[in-house]
Ligand binder design. Structure first.
Ligand code: EPU
Length: 340
C-alpha cells in the first residue's frame, strides 16, 4: 500500500472543490485499514475518511491522512426463499450495487438508483429518495474503531438512522470508519411507488403494474431529467435538508403560499420542500462568484467555476439568511464539511 503526500482532491469530490490532502492512501482490505491507522499514529496525524466525495464540502487543505476506500466487492452472505443478505465493501459504487442487486433478484433498493457516491458513505447520511431510505435495508455495518484499532459490527437498528442523519454523521463522526455494510433485501419483487412524482411518471408511461426494474428505470429517468449531472456540472446533490417545522406554522405558511408542498411527518410536525422555499425566495439560478444555485433544481448548489469550499459555504449562508428573512424557517446544510 502506498502513502502519498500533498495530493490533489479535485477529482475526489463531486462539488469540484480544489483541495489538497497532506497525506493520502487507498485501502482495500483489513490489513490496509490497520496499516493506515499505524501510519497516522506514528506521525500523530488526524485521519479523515473520504469515500466517493459526493456529499462533502472540502476546505482548501485536509490536514493529516485522508483514507480512500477502494474495495468493490458485493458478496451474497446468506439467503432463504424470502430474503438475501448481501455484503458490500465501503468502496463499491452505490449505483452499481443497486443495479447488480436488482439483476440478481434481490429487491428493495430500486428507488435509490443513480445516487452518486460509495457504499461506505450511504449509511452516514442515510441516503434516501423517492419514498425509500437505506435505513430500511441495513442489517449491520462493519466498522473500524479508529482509536481502539479494532473491527466491530453495529446492527442497523443501533445506527441512529433518521432523515438524512445517523450516529456516523453525529456522535460517532471521528470514531468509526465504515468498512462494509450488510443489506437485507427481499427476493419477492415488491415495489414502493408511494412518492407522488414516481407514481405520476409511471402512470404517464402507462405502467400500471410496475416491476422493480420499471421502478429503477423510472427513478433513474426522473433524476436525470431534473438533477444536474455531477459529470458535467459539479454539485453535491441536495445542499440543504428539507426543514421539519411545527404543523401549525406550516399551515400558516400554506395560507400565504397555497402552492407550497407540505408533507406530514407525524401528528405535530410537517416537512417543507427546501427547493420551494429557495425558489420562492428568488434564488433558483442565483449566481455567486464561481458557484451558484442550479437553474434545474433550486436545492442543488453547483460549482462550475471550481470555487473553494468557503465560497460555496458563503453562498449557502446567503441562501439560509434569505430564506430565513422571507419564511422564518432555518435551513440546515446537508453535506458534511471537511477540513479548513
Ligand atoms: N421544487 C421547487 N423548485 C425546484 C425543485 C423543486 O419549488 O427547483 C419543489 C417542487 O414543488 C417539488 C418539491 O420542491 O414538488 C420537492 O422536489 P423534489 O421532488 O425534487 O424533491 P426534494 O424534496 O427537493 C428530496 C431529496 C432528494 C431526493 C428527492 C426525491 C432531500 C434533501 N432531498 O429532494 O435527494 O432525490 O427528494 O425523493 O431530502 C439528495 O439528497 O442529494 C437528493 C437529491
Amino acid at each position: 500500500m502506498q502513502f502519498e503526500s500533498d495530493v490533489s482532491l479535485g477529482s475526489f469530490n463531486t462539488l469540484g472543490v480544489m483541495s489538497r490532502a497532506e497525506y493520502f492512501c487507498r485501502v482495500n482490505s483489513d490489513a490496509d485499514w490497520l496499516a493506515a491507522l499505524d501510519y497516522a499514529k506514528t506521525r500523530s496525524l488526524p485521519v479523515t475518511i473520504l469515500g466517493g466525495g459526493s456529499n462533502v464540502v472540502l476546505g482548501s487543505a485536509l490536514v493529516g491522512l485522508v483514507v480512500h476506500p477502494v474495495g468493490n466487492g458485493i458478496d451474497l452472505i446468506e439467503q432463504t426463499d424470502g430474503y438475501a443478505v448481501v455484503e458490500v465493501a465501503a468502496g463499491a459504487e452505490w449505483d452499481r450495487v443497486v443495479r447488480h442487486c436488482n439483476e440478481r433478484g434481490w429487491f428493495g433498493l430500486e428507488n435509490l438508483v443513480s445516487i452518486p457516491g460509495s457504499c461506505g458513505a450511504a449509511p452516514v447520511q442515510n441516503i434516501g429518495a423517492y419514498g425509500v431510505e437505506i435505513a430500511q435495508f441495513v442489517d449491520s455495518v462493519r466498522v473500524l474503531d479508529i482509536h481502539a484499532r479494532a473491527f466491530d459490527t453495529i446492527h442497523g437498528q443501533d445506527c441512529g438512522f433518521a432523515y438524512r442523519e445517523s450516529h456516523f454523521k453525529g456522535a460517532w463522526r471521528d470514531r468509526y470508519a465504515i468498512v462494509s455494510i450488510r443489506l437485507r433485501l427481499s427476493k419477492t419483487p415488491s415495489v414502493n411507488t408511494r412518492y407522488a412524482a414516481l407514481a405520476q411518471a409511471l402512470t404517464r408511461d402507462g405502467i400500471d403494474q410496475p416491476s422493480p426494474l420499471d421502478v429503477l428505470n423510472t427513478v433513474a429517468a426522473i433524476r436525470a431529467s431534473k438533477l444536474p449531472d455531477v459529470r458535467t456540472m459539479p454539485n453535491a446533490g441536495s445542499f440543504f435538508k428539507n426543514p421539519i417545522v411545527n404543523t401549525d406554522y406550516a399551515k400558516k405558511l400554506l395560507a400565504q403560499h397555497p402552492d407550497m408542498p407540505l408533507y406530514a411527518v407525524d401528528e405535530h410536525r410537517s416537512k417543507l420542500a427546501a427547493a420551494y422555499l429557495i425558489e420562492a425566495s428568488g434564488l433558483k439560478g442565483y449566481k455567486h462568484a464561481d458557484c451558484g444555485m442550479s437553474d434545474d433544481h433550486a436545492l442543488v448548489l453547483v460549482n462550475p467555476g471550481h470555487g473553494s469550499g468557503a465560497e460555496c459555504l458563503a453562498l449557502a449562508d446567503y441562501v439560509i439568511k434569505t430564506v430565513q428573512a422571507k419564511f422564518s424557517v432555518t435551513l440546515d446544510i446537508e453535506p458534511v464539511v471537511m477540513g479548513s
